[in-house]
Write a protein that binds this ligand. Structure first.
Ligand code: SAM
Length: 371
């Protein structure tokens, strides 16, 4: 098959469609044990959970046994293990990106903890219809906010001589015509209302990171779109609502250049692709017992799962390395495991529950079939 955009190219393996597990990677030749078969460094977006932000480097994800990192960038809400990482992070985000994180941090900081705590009580995943309805239900408010923000843009761009009267009128809160768009109290109220609604900081980080990646890498968007799709990616109704609210938050605060990309289509594409393709960012010691967050690396997302994997993955800073755990014969499928250290020890039945819940498939790997 023709390689999808972003899929891993290698003389050691090929990508093929399979009847039961989508696209899969097969060895193109005999591969000795402990061979580095692939290195993936194409990080699209990452979320370092809010509670780990002071301890896990925002760029290379290093972690010093829970010690606070020395280089803090309070304005953007990230901490770094070195000045070099801070600089690399800033270069990657670009000027607009750094401004975006400043706005996000300004909104999130100081909000009460209750706002950020979503309780998962095992409620069902919203189905497609509920998801469509939830996104449609915020459409009208989103349009009002867009008009309010367009007014801001027009006020910023009218020529000097003409601008004062328009800007004063806007600042006074009265009805004003700005660049052909009538900005009224109703528009500004819609924006204020969005800003007052509860915030889930980690959902906010996910959406902002994805939008910024699309903004900074417009040609790479199809690499994300090429990934396996989960049409019901939200864990429960609260989670879905956290996303639709975040959409309105971001519409209200994002720097103007990113605003056009902030659409339900973009945000839904990020969730439907991230869901079955993201990798946990965990501590490198203790069998990865600490879960710091997660990220999406498209080229790493073509390895299927086996409960008895022949490939081991290992995070090295911001990249993933994939090494054969044993000798692999030409034609064999190359599989990693999607299970965490503790989960690997579970019985077949319990592993099945985890894999179905988190990854949406019934595992038919050799280890499962043997029993
Ligand atoms: C990270 S993607 C792996 C690549 C995927 N097969 C594709 O075509 O893009 C994860 C998805 O692959 C499928 N998959 C992976 N391992 C599987 C397995 N052992 N049995 C069945 N399906 C599997 C599931 O649909 C899962 O949600």
């Amino acid at each position: 098959m023709e390689l999808p955009p972003g899929a891993p190219p290698s003389p050691l393996f090929t990508l093929r469609e399979t009847p039961l597990s989508g696209r899969a990677i097969f060895a193109a030749q005999d591969i000795p044990a402990d061979t580095l078969v692939f290195r993936s460094a194409d990080l699209v977006l990452s979320v370092v959970l809010r509670e780990y932000r002071r301890e896990v480097c925002g760029h290379c994800f290093s972690y010093e046994y829970g010690r606070d990192l020395l280089v803090r960038d309070g304005g953007v809400g990230f901490a770094f293990c070195s000045e070099e990482c801070r600089q690399l992070w800033r270069e990657e985000q670009g000027e607009v990106g750094v401004e975006c994180w400043r706005k996000v941090e300004g909104l999130v900081r100081g909000r009460s903890r209750e706002d950020s705590e979503m309780v998962d009580v095992g409620l069902p995943r919203p189905r497609s219809k509920e998801i469509d309805e939830a996104w449609a239900s915020v459409g009208a408010q989103a349009e009002l906010i867009r008009v309010a923000r367009a007014g801001e843009r027009d006020a910023n761009t009218v020529p000097q001589g003409l601008s004062n009267e328009r800007q004063v009128r806007l600042a006074n809160g009265a009805t004003a015509h700005v660049g052909g768009v009538k900005v009224t109290k109703q528009h500004r109220k819609a924006l204020q209302k969005a800003l007052l609604s509860p915030i889930n900081p980690d959902v906010m980080t996910f959406c902002a990171a994805g939008l910024l990646w699309r903004y900074n890498h417009p040609r790479d968007w199809d690499k994300l779109l090429a990934l396996a799709v989960d049409v019901t990616p939200y864990h429960n109704s609260d989670d879905l609502q956290a996303f639709t609210r975040t959409y309105l938050h971001l519409l209200s605060i994002l720097p103007l250049p990113v605003l056009e990309l902030c659409t339900p289509d973009t945000l839904r594409a990020l969730s439907t692709r991230d869901s079955h393709n993201s990798f946990g960012i965990r501590s490198l010691e203790d069998d990865g017992s600490e879960f710091f967050g997660y990220g999406c690396w498209p080229s790493a997302s073509y390895f299927n799962h086996s409960c008895g994997p022949n490939v081991e993955k290992r995070r090295v800073g911001r990249a993933w390395e994939f090494r054969t755990a044993q000798e692999v014969k030409a034609g064999e499928e190359l599989c990693i495991t999607y299970l965490s250290g503790e989960e690997r020890k579970l019985s077949r039945g319990r592993r099945g529950v985890v894999l179905r819940a988190n990854w949406g498939f019934v595992c038919g790997c050799e280890r499962c079939e043997e029993l």
